[in-house]
Design a protein around this ligand. Structure first.
Ligand SMILES: [Zn+2]
Length: 216
């Protein structure tokens, strides 16, 4: 395994052929996906079939720098390594409800220590809580998510994505004897969905509010 193999076999989907900045977390302030580029260097292999990227990102929230080394595999998946990396998740933005924030921290920390059943359970509960705060109606999570879509609170891509997240369809909150454990992929998928839901429902309106306030 060479560094030139980065992104071959596994990684994140990139929608524009570039680094999925959304997935980078500032190691200083914990902000996710709000970066500008300070510098971008690349190096191609001899056959010019693969490019390694050396980006320096600047956090829009705290101004600190993060180095991201990344590459895209032949199937289009991106894998990256960053320095500095986020330490333990301990907090959440003030504009989230406290109970949602608590569930979020527990879901994240469960992922950090590979407790995937716990992570999926907490993430699913947090999604449920966000939907309740929005007075979503429906008999299950999918219907409630679709309700938010119908009311213009979630974009169509979030509704589509929900159906790809297996743990959101796992409506049985009660343990079943002999059930197999949650895989790391399924746990991460539901935590990533939760993070984007929080972004759309709480972070975006908050950021827009900040921008409008600044102009006024
Ligand atoms: Zn930061």
């Amino acid at each position: 395994m060479s560094w030139w193999d980065i992104g071959e076999g596994s990684g994140y989907r990139s929608y524009n052929g570039d680094l999925p900045v959304d997935l980078v977390t500032c190691g200083f302030c914990g902000e996710e996906g709000r970066f500008g580029f300070k510098s971008r260097l690349t190096k191609k292999n001899a056959a010019e079939s693969k490019t390694l990227h050396y980006d320096v990102l600047v956090c829009e929230q705290c101004g600190n720098l993060t180095s991201v080394f990344w590459g895209m595999g032949s199937s289009g998946l991106v894998r990256f390594h960053q320095v500095p990396w986020p330490r333990k998740t301990t907090g959440w933005p003030k504009h989230w409800p406290d109970d949602v924030g608590r569930y979020w921290v527990q879901a994240k920390r469960s992922i950090e220590v590979s407790n995937y059943d716990a992570a999926a359970l907490m993430a699913r509960s947090a999604v449920q809580l966000v939907l309740r705060y929005q007075n979503a109606s429906g008999k299950n999570l999918f219907q409630e998510i679709e309700d938010l879509g119908a009311r213009g609170l979630l974009p169509p891509v979030m509704i589509e994505w929900a159906h790809e997240v297996r743990e959101l369809g796992n409506d049985n909150a009660h343990p079943i004897p002999g059930a197999s454990g949650t895989t790391s992929a399924d746990a991460q998928a539901v935590v990533e969905y939760l993070r984007m839901l929080l972004k759309v429902i709480y972070d975006l309106p908050h950021q827009i509010e900040e921008h409008r306030g600044r102009k006024a």
